[in-house]
Design a protein around this ligand. Structure first.
Ligand SMILES: Nc1ncnc2c1ncn2[C@@H]1O[C@H](COP(=O)(O)OP(=O)(O)OP(=O)(O)O)[C@@H](O)[C@H]1O
Length: 287
């Protein structure tokens, strides 16, 4: 089932535009949403959640409900964007008792499990929590009502490495055992290596890549060229070429010709991202 389907979503700000954003998310998959600062990730997420007006396009949840009806299905969606910034002077347990009234599918057992797992003291007020703890509490609320779709804007960014690992374990369990779909934006590419089935990559308001993680990693190879061998022709062949202490480095598609003076190496998501961002010619890699 397509848990979320987006077709030709357009949103224009004075100096930025989301252009014909289209993608869909399948049930039980973990999808990483990546792109540089200002590429349009949060704007896309806000558009999906109906927090902002869009110029045109369709956003359909669970093959049935469009974003104007999102209130009808909010109990099936867990959403997190940063920590909580409301009721900051009430104890956590009071905030929880108010929040759970909005969810007919609220699950106290899950809530207590995550509260213990993340070590949150329910007697503390948000104003007494660190930024990372606030993010954890937001995540706990999103995870405690048996949501079928989690939409998370940089959920791991404020977390320490141990908590990040724990959260990624939770993601893997939820996707595998409960068939939850998890769509999350991040700058931490190692998180995606660990758990993402698919990668959706946005650059300047355009989706430039939408692939399985494995296909993406196998699509490109990293090339090193010693300084003395480098010619201007290499600049055309390689994507996002840059100077290094060895000479030059860039990426090519695995299907491209490899010259005999190229040193070929495997690449990773971070390096693919850096080279794609350096390249001006988006047409070389739009997929
Ligand atoms: N309300 C607004 N009015 C005008 N421009 C906006 C508004 N909100 C966001 N923008 C612009 O839209 C662009 C995309 O911002 P967005 O927050 O979606 O990026 P992002 O990919 O989430 O970035 P980051 O990784 O830094 O969180 C930016 O240039 C930003 O300045």
């Amino acid at each position: 089932m397509k848990v979320l389907n987006i077709e030709n979503l357009n949103k224009k700000y004075e100096k930025f535009e989301l252009k014909n954003i289209s993608f869909s998310l399948d049930e039980g998959k973990i999808i990483g949403f990546i792109g540089r600062n200002g590429a349009g990730k949060t704007t896309t997420i806000k558009s999906i959640m109906n927090f902002i007006k869009i110029d045109n396009g369709n956003v359909t949840f669970f093959e049935k409900y469009n974003r104007d009806n999102i209130n009808k299905i909010k109990k099936y969606i867990g959403f997190v964007s940063g920590g909580i910034d409301y009721y900051s002077l009430e104890p956590i347990k009071v905030i929880t008792s108010v929040t759970k009234r909005f969810y007919s599918n609220w699950d106290d057992k899950s809530y207590m499990y995550y509260i213990k797992k993340f070590g949150i003291d329910e007697n503390k007020k948000p104003s007494e929590l660190s930024e990372g703890m606030k993010v954890k509490y937001s995540l706990i609320l999103a995870l405690s009502h048996n949501a079928k779709l989690l939409i998370l804007d940089e959920p791991t960014s404020g977390l320490d490495p141990v908590s990040r690992e724990e959260l990624l374990d939770i993601f893997l369990d939820l996707a595998e055992k409960e068939k939850v779909t998890i769509f999350f934006s991040t700058h931490i590419t190692s998180d995606l290596e660990r758990c993402a089935d698919n990668i959706i990559y946005i650059k300047n308001g355009n989706i430039i890549l939408n692939k399985t993680y494995d296909d993406l990693i196998n699509e490109f190879k990293c090339i090193r060229i010693k300084k003395d061998y480098y010619t201007k022709e290499d600049n055309k062949n390689l994507i996002g070429i840059k100077r290094t202490k060895y000479g030059y480095e860039g990426i090519i598609r695995c299907s491209d010709d490899v010259k005999d003076y190229y040193e070929v190496m495997n690449t990773d998501l971070e390096s693919i991202m850096i080279h794609l961002e350096r390249d001006e010619n988006d047409e070389k890699y739009i997929i």
